[in-house]
Design a protein around this ligand. Structure first.
Ligand SMILES: CC(C)(COP(=O)(O)OP(=O)(O)OC[C@H]1O[C@@H](n2cnc3c(N)ncnc32)[C@H](O)[C@@H]1OP(=O)(O)O)[C@@H](O)C(=O)NCCC(=O)NCCS
Length: 177
């Protein structure tokens, strides 16, 4: 298990098989999935498959979503990180997209903002990217707020999973932390 980066309160490390129960708790919660296609996972095996899929991304791309661990308690509180899109989406190809998802009991404490900043820094400084992208449902106001707070700008609306989404970009130079 590799620690990829950390913040004052959080460790971001690769997701491992032993995260299956925590990931299932996260992804099976309908409240978490409201803006994610409303399709909560139904059993532990689905979460185990997701972990295998992410681990293939680590092996092939050197990156994927990371587990976010609360230093104080060593708990898995969600995931955050960059995914490499190798297929075209909204006229872009081979780009890194920032994503995150946290357990509701940890919402509103600044963890998404903190983990997202650390992931962005990794993308700009370690992966040497000039631009990082994000995609969010146009009604996901909290997520839009987090993204704008850390330097993303809404570029356009596009259809994704049959819902209207915003396409956002963050330029390295607008990254001020
Ligand atoms: C979106 C999500 C990651 C936010 O996580 P979080 O840890 O609560 O985020 P933070 O505490 O870092 O920041 C939330 C910000 O949104 C603000 N906020 C809360 N409700 C809001 C609303 N209805 N409209 C706009 N902003 C809102 C908070 O005030 C806070 O901003 P501030 O720090 O400037 O006060 C979390 O709700 C989540 O996991 N949702 C389910 C999965 C998901 O939607 N992922 C994003 C997919 S694009």
């Amino acid at each position: 298990m590799e620690i990829k980066t950390e913040t004052d309160r959080l460790i971001l490390r690769e997701i491992i098989e032993a995260d299956d129960l925590a990931l299932f708790e996260l992804d099976s919660n309908p409240e978490v999935c409201i803006y994610l296609g409303n399709n909560p996972v139904k059993n532990l095996e689905e979460s185990q498959e997701i972990i295998k899929f992410i681990q293939i991304q680590y092996a092939e791309n050197g990156i994927g979503r990371w587990a976010v661990i609360l230093k104080e308690t060593n708990e898995f509180i969600g995931w955050c990180g960059l995914k490499l899109y190798k297929e075209a989406l909204n006229h872009h190809i081979n780009f890194y997209e920032l994503g995150y998802r946290f357990m509701p009991k940890y919402w509103g404490k600044g963890f998404a903002t903190e983990a997202a900043k650390a992931s962005l820094n990794y993308g700009f400084n370690k992966l040497k990217q000039e631009k990082i992208f994000a995609i969010t449902d146009i009604n996901n106001l909290k997520s839009i707020h987090v993204l704008e707070k850390i330097g993303f700008k809404i570029k356009e609306k596009f259809m994704y999973d049959n819902e209207e989404h915003f396409w956002l970009e963050c330029q390295k130079e607008s990254n001020t932390f």
